[in-house]
Write a protein that binds this ligand. Structure first.
Ligand SMILES: Nc1ncnc2c1ncn2[C@@H]1O[C@H](COP(=O)(O)OP(=O)(O)OP(=O)(O)O)[C@@H](O)[C@H]1O
Ligand SMILES: [Mg+2]
Length: 376
Protein backbone atom coordinates (compact mmCIF):
# COMPACT_ATOMS: atom_id res chain seq x y z
CA UNK A 1 0.00 0.00 0.00
CA UNK A 2 1.44 3.39 -0.95
CA UNK A 3 1.87 5.99 1.75
CA UNK A 4 -1.26 8.05 2.05
CA UNK A 5 -1.78 11.56 3.24
CA UNK A 6 -3.39 11.87 6.61
CA UNK A 7 -6.69 13.57 7.10
CA UNK A 8 -6.85 16.72 9.17
CA UNK A 9 -8.26 14.74 12.01
CA UNK A 10 -5.27 12.45 12.21
CA UNK A 11 -2.84 15.32 12.13
CA UNK A 12 -4.79 17.05 14.83
CA UNK A 13 -4.99 13.94 16.85
CA UNK A 14 -1.22 13.93 17.20
CA UNK A 15 -1.51 17.25 18.94
CA UNK A 16 -4.24 16.17 21.32
CA UNK A 17 -1.75 14.27 23.38
CA UNK A 18 -1.12 16.71 26.16
CA UNK A 19 -4.69 17.71 26.66
CA UNK A 20 -6.15 14.28 26.50
CA UNK A 21 -3.56 12.63 28.72
CA UNK A 22 -5.73 11.69 31.67
CA UNK A 23 -5.14 13.23 35.04
CA UNK A 24 -3.15 11.16 37.41
CA UNK A 25 -5.39 8.78 39.29
CA UNK A 26 -2.97 8.13 42.10
CA UNK A 27 -4.74 8.41 45.40
CA UNK A 28 -4.19 11.26 47.82
CA UNK A 29 -0.81 11.55 49.51
CA UNK A 30 -2.07 10.04 52.75
CA UNK A 31 -2.56 6.76 50.90
CA UNK A 32 1.11 6.40 50.09
CA UNK A 33 2.59 5.28 53.39
CA UNK A 34 -0.24 3.10 54.62
CA UNK A 35 0.59 -0.40 55.77
CA UNK A 36 -2.76 -1.54 54.40
CA UNK A 37 -2.57 0.62 51.28
CA UNK A 38 -3.08 -1.46 48.18
CA UNK A 39 -0.60 0.17 45.82
CA UNK A 40 3.05 -0.83 45.81
CA UNK A 41 5.68 1.26 47.60
CA UNK A 42 9.43 1.09 47.00
CA UNK A 43 10.04 -1.77 49.37
CA UNK A 44 7.16 -3.75 47.89
CA UNK A 45 8.56 -3.40 44.41
CA UNK A 46 11.91 -4.74 45.51
CA UNK A 47 10.45 -7.77 47.29
CA UNK A 48 7.57 -8.46 44.91
CA UNK A 49 9.78 -9.68 42.12
CA UNK A 50 11.07 -12.39 44.43
CA UNK A 51 7.61 -13.40 45.62
CA UNK A 52 5.86 -13.54 42.24
CA UNK A 53 4.55 -16.96 41.27
CA UNK A 54 6.22 -18.04 38.04
CA UNK A 55 3.54 -20.21 36.46
CA UNK A 56 -0.22 -20.77 36.58
CA UNK A 57 0.17 -23.74 38.90
CA UNK A 58 1.88 -21.58 41.51
CA UNK A 59 -0.64 -18.76 41.18
CA UNK A 60 -2.99 -18.97 44.15
CA UNK A 61 -6.77 -18.52 43.86
CA UNK A 62 -8.68 -16.74 41.05
CA UNK A 63 -9.89 -20.19 39.98
CA UNK A 64 -12.13 -18.94 37.21
CA UNK A 65 -9.61 -16.60 35.59
CA UNK A 66 -6.91 -19.22 35.94
CA UNK A 67 -8.95 -21.96 34.34
CA UNK A 68 -10.13 -19.78 31.47
CA UNK A 69 -6.67 -18.39 30.84
CA UNK A 70 -5.21 -21.87 30.94
CA UNK A 71 -7.56 -22.89 28.12
CA UNK A 72 -6.74 -19.80 26.05
CA UNK A 73 -3.01 -20.37 26.38
CA UNK A 74 -3.12 -24.12 25.85
CA UNK A 75 -5.21 -23.76 22.71
CA UNK A 76 -2.86 -21.12 21.31
CA UNK A 77 0.15 -23.30 22.08
CA UNK A 78 -1.48 -26.31 20.42
CA UNK A 79 -2.15 -24.25 17.30
CA UNK A 80 1.37 -22.90 17.38
CA UNK A 81 -0.20 -19.45 17.32
CA UNK A 82 0.25 -16.27 19.27
CA UNK A 83 -2.24 -16.03 22.14
CA UNK A 84 -5.21 -13.69 21.88
CA UNK A 85 -5.03 -10.29 23.56
CA UNK A 86 -5.85 -10.45 27.26
CA UNK A 87 -7.36 -7.77 29.50
CA UNK A 88 -6.93 -8.11 33.24
CA UNK A 89 -9.05 -5.93 35.48
CA UNK A 90 -9.12 -5.70 39.22
CA UNK A 91 -8.10 -3.71 42.27
CA UNK A 92 -4.41 -2.95 42.95
CA UNK A 93 -2.31 -5.78 44.35
CA UNK A 94 -4.50 -8.67 43.19
CA UNK A 95 -1.95 -10.08 40.76
CA UNK A 96 -2.42 -8.45 37.33
CA UNK A 97 1.28 -7.82 36.74
CA UNK A 98 2.09 -11.26 38.09
CA UNK A 99 -0.39 -12.88 35.73
CA UNK A 100 0.96 -11.00 32.71
CA UNK A 101 4.42 -12.39 33.41
CA UNK A 102 2.94 -15.84 33.81
CA UNK A 103 1.22 -15.51 30.43
CA UNK A 104 4.57 -14.78 28.78
CA UNK A 105 6.26 -17.61 30.67
CA UNK A 106 3.52 -20.09 29.73
CA UNK A 107 3.83 -19.08 26.09
CA UNK A 108 7.62 -19.24 26.25
CA UNK A 109 7.63 -15.68 24.96
CA UNK A 110 9.60 -12.60 25.97
CA UNK A 111 7.67 -9.81 27.68
CA UNK A 112 7.90 -6.05 27.21
CA UNK A 113 6.52 -3.96 30.05
CA UNK A 114 5.17 -0.45 29.75
CA UNK A 115 2.24 1.56 31.06
CA UNK A 116 -0.45 3.94 29.87
CA UNK A 117 1.00 7.02 31.55
CA UNK A 118 4.42 6.28 30.00
CA UNK A 119 2.91 6.52 26.52
CA UNK A 120 2.26 10.21 26.10
CA UNK A 121 2.39 10.33 22.31
CA UNK A 122 1.24 7.93 19.63
CA UNK A 123 4.86 7.92 18.44
CA UNK A 124 5.96 6.38 21.75
CA UNK A 125 3.60 3.50 21.15
CA UNK A 126 4.64 3.15 17.51
CA UNK A 127 8.26 2.83 18.60
CA UNK A 128 7.41 0.05 21.05
CA UNK A 129 5.10 -1.81 18.68
CA UNK A 130 7.50 -1.71 15.77
CA UNK A 131 10.28 -3.24 17.85
CA UNK A 132 8.24 -6.24 19.03
CA UNK A 133 9.27 -9.68 17.90
CA UNK A 134 6.85 -12.38 16.79
CA UNK A 135 4.85 -13.83 19.68
CA UNK A 136 6.15 -11.29 22.16
CA UNK A 137 3.90 -10.27 25.05
CA UNK A 138 3.39 -6.53 25.44
CA UNK A 139 2.20 -5.72 28.95
CA UNK A 140 0.43 -2.38 29.08
CA UNK A 141 -0.25 -1.52 32.71
CA UNK A 142 -2.85 1.14 33.59
CA UNK A 143 -4.13 0.94 30.05
CA UNK A 144 -7.01 3.28 30.94
CA UNK A 145 -4.50 6.12 31.31
CA UNK A 146 -3.19 6.03 27.76
CA UNK A 147 -3.59 9.13 25.60
CA UNK A 148 -6.34 9.17 22.98
CA UNK A 149 -4.10 9.15 19.89
CA UNK A 150 -2.09 6.23 21.28
CA UNK A 151 -5.33 4.42 22.03
CA UNK A 152 -6.52 4.83 18.46
CA UNK A 153 -3.22 3.55 17.15
CA UNK A 154 -3.56 0.56 19.43
CA UNK A 155 -6.97 -0.36 17.96
CA UNK A 156 -5.43 -0.97 14.57
CA UNK A 157 -2.36 -2.66 15.97
CA UNK A 158 -4.46 -5.12 17.97
CA UNK A 159 -6.81 -5.94 15.14
CA UNK A 160 -4.71 -5.84 12.02
CA UNK A 161 -1.16 -5.93 13.40
CA UNK A 162 -0.46 -2.74 11.57
CA UNK A 163 0.15 0.88 12.50
CA UNK A 164 0.22 4.09 10.53
CA UNK A 165 3.30 6.04 11.42
CA UNK A 166 2.76 9.71 10.79
CA UNK A 167 5.72 11.50 9.34
CA UNK A 168 5.87 15.26 9.19
CA UNK A 169 3.47 17.88 10.47
CA UNK A 170 0.59 19.93 9.17
CA UNK A 171 -0.91 19.50 5.69
CA UNK A 172 2.20 17.69 4.42
CA UNK A 173 2.03 14.97 7.08
CA UNK A 174 2.07 11.46 5.68
CA UNK A 175 0.95 8.17 7.20
CA UNK A 176 3.29 5.31 6.45
CA UNK A 177 1.72 1.92 7.13
CA UNK A 178 3.93 -0.45 9.02
CA UNK A 179 3.32 -4.19 9.37
CA UNK A 180 3.75 -5.63 12.86
CA UNK A 181 4.54 -9.21 13.80
CA UNK A 182 1.70 -10.95 15.66
CA UNK A 183 1.99 -10.19 19.37
CA UNK A 184 -0.12 -10.62 22.48
CA UNK A 185 -1.25 -7.49 24.23
CA UNK A 186 -1.90 -7.93 27.93
CA UNK A 187 -3.66 -4.86 29.27
CA UNK A 188 -4.15 -4.27 32.97
CA UNK A 189 -6.55 -1.82 34.53
CA UNK A 190 -7.92 -1.07 37.95
CA UNK A 191 -10.79 0.77 36.27
CA UNK A 192 -12.34 -1.43 33.59
CA UNK A 193 -15.31 0.91 33.43
CA UNK A 194 -13.08 3.70 32.11
CA UNK A 195 -12.01 1.76 29.02
CA UNK A 196 -13.72 2.85 25.83
CA UNK A 197 -15.82 0.00 24.42
CA UNK A 198 -13.87 -0.19 21.14
CA UNK A 199 -10.74 -0.96 23.14
CA UNK A 200 -12.46 -3.42 25.46
CA UNK A 201 -13.96 -5.26 22.50
CA UNK A 202 -10.58 -5.91 20.94
CA UNK A 203 -9.47 -8.19 23.72
CA UNK A 204 -10.13 -11.85 23.08
CA UNK A 205 -10.27 -12.62 26.77
CA UNK A 206 -11.05 -10.51 29.83
CA UNK A 207 -10.17 -11.74 33.29
CA UNK A 208 -11.82 -10.06 36.25
CA UNK A 209 -9.70 -10.47 39.33
CA UNK A 210 -11.62 -10.82 42.58
CA UNK A 211 -10.53 -10.14 46.13
CA UNK A 212 -9.05 -13.27 47.73
CA UNK A 213 -10.75 -15.43 50.32
CA UNK A 214 -8.93 -15.73 53.68
CA UNK A 215 -7.97 -19.36 52.95
CA UNK A 216 -6.34 -18.29 49.68
CA UNK A 217 -4.43 -15.52 51.41
CA UNK A 218 -3.19 -18.06 53.93
CA UNK A 219 -1.72 -20.04 51.05
CA UNK A 220 -0.09 -16.88 49.68
CA UNK A 221 1.36 -16.15 53.13
CA UNK A 222 2.72 -19.68 53.61
CA UNK A 223 4.30 -19.58 50.20
CA UNK A 224 5.91 -16.17 50.81
CA UNK A 225 7.07 -17.23 54.28
CA UNK A 226 8.83 -20.18 52.69
CA UNK A 227 10.53 -17.96 50.14
CA UNK A 228 11.53 -15.42 52.80
CA UNK A 229 12.65 -18.19 55.12
CA UNK A 230 10.27 -17.16 57.89
CA UNK A 231 8.83 -19.66 60.37
CA UNK A 232 5.05 -19.34 60.68
CA UNK A 233 2.34 -21.67 61.95
CA UNK A 234 -1.11 -22.21 60.46
CA UNK A 235 -2.91 -19.96 62.94
CA UNK A 236 -0.27 -17.28 62.54
CA UNK A 237 -0.92 -17.24 58.79
CA UNK A 238 -4.67 -17.13 59.41
CA UNK A 239 -4.23 -14.16 61.75
CA UNK A 240 -2.37 -12.19 59.06
CA UNK A 241 -4.73 -13.32 56.27
CA UNK A 242 -7.74 -11.98 58.17
CA UNK A 243 -6.19 -8.53 58.27
CA UNK A 244 -5.04 -8.40 54.64
CA UNK A 245 -8.17 -6.93 53.04
CA UNK A 246 -8.44 -9.69 50.46
CA UNK A 247 -5.21 -8.54 48.80
CA UNK A 248 -2.02 -10.61 48.34
CA UNK A 249 0.17 -7.49 48.20
CA UNK A 250 -1.07 -6.43 51.64
CA UNK A 251 -0.72 -9.98 52.97
CA UNK A 252 2.93 -10.04 51.85
CA UNK A 253 3.57 -6.63 53.37
CA UNK A 254 1.98 -7.48 56.72
CA UNK A 255 3.97 -10.72 56.75
CA UNK A 256 7.21 -8.76 56.46
CA UNK A 257 6.26 -6.39 59.27
CA UNK A 258 5.19 -9.27 61.52
CA UNK A 259 8.45 -11.04 60.72
CA UNK A 260 10.37 -7.96 61.96
CA UNK A 261 8.39 -7.99 65.17
CA UNK A 262 8.89 -11.73 65.63
CA UNK A 263 12.64 -11.31 65.23
CA UNK A 264 12.96 -8.44 67.66
CA UNK A 265 10.32 -9.23 70.27
CA UNK A 266 9.87 -12.98 70.02
CA UNK A 267 11.91 -16.00 68.96
CA UNK A 268 11.37 -15.37 65.27
CA UNK A 269 8.44 -17.74 64.90
CA UNK A 270 5.12 -16.23 63.82
CA UNK A 271 2.32 -17.55 66.02
CA UNK A 272 -1.15 -15.97 66.12
CA UNK A 273 -0.20 -14.15 69.34
CA UNK A 274 2.93 -12.71 67.75
CA UNK A 275 0.98 -11.70 64.63
CA UNK A 276 -1.79 -10.05 66.66
CA UNK A 277 0.66 -8.15 68.88
CA UNK A 278 2.73 -7.03 65.91
CA UNK A 279 -0.26 -5.77 63.97
CA UNK A 280 -1.54 -3.99 67.04
CA UNK A 281 1.76 -2.10 67.11
CA UNK A 282 1.27 -1.22 63.45
CA UNK A 283 -2.37 -0.27 64.14
CA UNK A 284 -3.95 -2.80 61.79
CA UNK A 285 -6.97 -4.26 63.55
CA UNK A 286 -8.51 -7.72 63.38
CA UNK A 287 -10.50 -6.84 60.28
CA UNK A 288 -7.69 -5.03 58.50
CA UNK A 289 -8.81 -1.50 59.36
CA UNK A 290 -6.02 0.95 60.07
CA UNK A 291 -5.91 4.19 62.05
CA UNK A 292 -7.57 6.25 59.31
CA UNK A 293 -10.38 3.76 58.72
CA UNK A 294 -11.13 3.61 62.41
CA UNK A 295 -10.95 7.40 62.78
CA UNK A 296 -13.61 7.76 60.07
CA UNK A 297 -15.85 5.15 61.65
CA UNK A 298 -15.37 6.50 65.16
CA UNK A 299 -16.28 10.03 64.08
CA UNK A 300 -19.32 8.76 62.22
CA UNK A 301 -20.53 6.83 65.25
CA UNK A 302 -19.53 9.02 68.16
CA UNK A 303 -19.95 12.50 66.73
CA UNK A 304 -22.82 11.93 64.35
CA UNK A 305 -24.68 9.06 65.98
CA UNK A 306 -24.08 6.82 62.95
CA UNK A 307 -25.17 9.41 60.37
CA UNK A 308 -26.36 10.32 57.88
CA UNK A 309 -23.63 12.94 57.64
CA UNK A 310 -22.15 14.68 54.62
CA UNK A 311 -18.71 13.69 53.35
CA UNK A 312 -17.21 17.16 53.90
CA UNK A 313 -18.38 17.30 57.50
CA UNK A 314 -17.04 13.84 58.16
CA UNK A 315 -13.69 14.76 56.60
CA UNK A 316 -13.37 17.89 58.75
CA UNK A 317 -14.20 15.85 61.83
CA UNK A 318 -11.30 13.46 61.21
CA UNK A 319 -8.96 16.24 60.06
CA UNK A 320 -8.44 14.81 56.58
CA UNK A 321 -9.12 15.93 53.05
CA UNK A 322 -12.45 14.99 51.52
CA UNK A 323 -10.66 12.96 48.85
CA UNK A 324 -8.67 11.02 51.41
CA UNK A 325 -11.81 9.94 53.21
CA UNK A 326 -13.66 9.18 50.00
CA UNK A 327 -10.92 7.42 48.05
CA UNK A 328 -8.67 5.96 50.72
CA UNK A 329 -10.86 4.98 53.65
CA UNK A 330 -14.37 4.54 52.31
CA UNK A 331 -13.99 1.91 49.57
CA UNK A 332 -12.85 -0.72 52.03
CA UNK A 333 -15.38 0.32 54.69
CA UNK A 334 -18.16 0.03 52.12
CA UNK A 335 -16.85 -3.31 50.88
CA UNK A 336 -16.77 -4.59 54.44
CA UNK A 337 -20.36 -3.50 54.99
CA UNK A 338 -19.38 -1.07 57.75
CA UNK A 339 -20.40 2.14 56.01
CA UNK A 340 -22.98 3.01 53.37
CA UNK A 341 -23.07 5.95 51.00
CA UNK A 342 -26.59 7.27 50.64
CA UNK A 343 -28.04 10.35 48.94
CA UNK A 344 -28.49 11.90 52.39
CA UNK A 345 -24.90 11.23 53.46
CA UNK A 346 -22.74 8.56 55.02
CA UNK A 347 -24.30 6.15 57.48
CA UNK A 348 -22.83 3.47 59.67
CA UNK A 349 -24.24 -0.04 59.48
CA UNK A 350 -25.00 -2.06 62.62
CA UNK A 351 -21.76 -4.00 61.94
CA UNK A 352 -19.78 -0.78 62.40
CA UNK A 353 -21.11 -0.33 65.93
CA UNK A 354 -20.28 -3.92 66.78
CA UNK A 355 -16.81 -3.69 65.28
CA UNK A 356 -15.88 -0.68 67.41
CA UNK A 357 -17.45 -2.29 70.48
CA UNK A 358 -20.19 0.35 70.72
CA UNK A 359 -23.91 -0.03 71.22
CA UNK A 360 -26.09 1.55 68.54
CA UNK A 361 -28.67 4.04 69.86
CA UNK A 362 -32.02 2.33 70.34
CA UNK A 363 -33.80 4.11 67.52
CA UNK A 364 -31.05 3.26 65.03
CA UNK A 365 -31.16 -0.45 65.80
CA UNK A 366 -34.30 -1.22 63.83
CA UNK A 367 -36.07 2.01 62.99
CA UNK A 368 -37.96 1.97 59.72
CA UNK A 369 -35.99 4.95 58.37
CA UNK A 370 -32.66 3.20 58.76
CA UNK A 371 -33.98 0.00 57.26
CA UNK A 372 -35.02 1.90 54.18
CA UNK A 373 -31.55 3.35 53.80
CA UNK A 374 -29.81 0.01 53.97
CA UNK A 375 -32.21 -1.45 51.46
CA UNK A 376 -31.20 1.14 48.84
N1 LIG B 1 -2.46 -15.28 43.06
C1 LIG B 1 -1.34 -14.95 43.70
N2 LIG B 1 -0.60 -15.90 44.30
C2 LIG B 1 0.51 -15.55 44.97
N3 LIG B 1 0.98 -14.29 45.08
C3 LIG B 1 0.30 -13.32 44.48
C4 LIG B 1 -0.89 -13.60 43.76
N4 LIG B 1 -1.36 -12.45 43.27
C5 LIG B 1 -0.51 -11.50 43.66
N5 LIG B 1 0.48 -12.01 44.39
C6 LIG B 1 1.58 -11.27 45.01
O1 LIG B 1 1.09 -9.94 45.29
C7 LIG B 1 2.01 -8.96 44.84
C8 LIG B 1 1.29 -7.95 44.00
O2 LIG B 1 0.85 -8.53 42.80
P1 LIG B 1 0.86 -7.72 41.42
O3 LIG B 1 2.01 -6.77 41.39
O4 LIG B 1 0.77 -8.70 40.32
O5 LIG B 1 -0.49 -6.91 41.54
P2 LIG B 1 -1.18 -5.94 40.48
O6 LIG B 1 -2.58 -6.45 40.31
O7 LIG B 1 -0.34 -5.84 39.27
O8 LIG B 1 -1.22 -4.56 41.26
P3 LIG B 1 -1.25 -3.06 40.63
O9 LIG B 1 -2.65 -2.79 40.19
O10 LIG B 1 -0.87 -2.19 41.80
O11 LIG B 1 -0.24 -3.01 39.54
C9 LIG B 1 3.14 -9.72 44.12
O12 LIG B 1 4.28 -9.65 44.90
C10 LIG B 1 2.72 -11.14 44.03
O13 LIG B 1 3.75 -11.95 44.47
MG1 LIG C 1 0.75 -4.25 38.53
Amino acid sequence: MPPRTTTDREVQSVNWDDESAPETTDGPAAAADRLVGSSADGEDQAVEAALRPKDLGEFVGQERVREQLDLVLRAARARGATADHVLLSGAPGLGKTTLSMIIAAEMGAPIRITSGPAIQHAGDLAAILSSLTEGEVLFLDEIHRMSRPAEEMLYMAMEDFRVDVIVGKGPGATAIPLELPPFTLVGATTRAGLLPPPLRDRFGFTGHMEFYAPAELERVIHRSARLLDVAIDAEGAAEIAGRSRGTPRIANRLLRRVRDFAQVKADGVITPEVAAQALEVYEVDARGLDRLDRAVLTALLKLFGGGPVGLSTLAVAVGEERETVEEVAEPFLVREGLLARTPRGRIATPAAWTHLGLVPPAQAAGGPGQQGLFGG
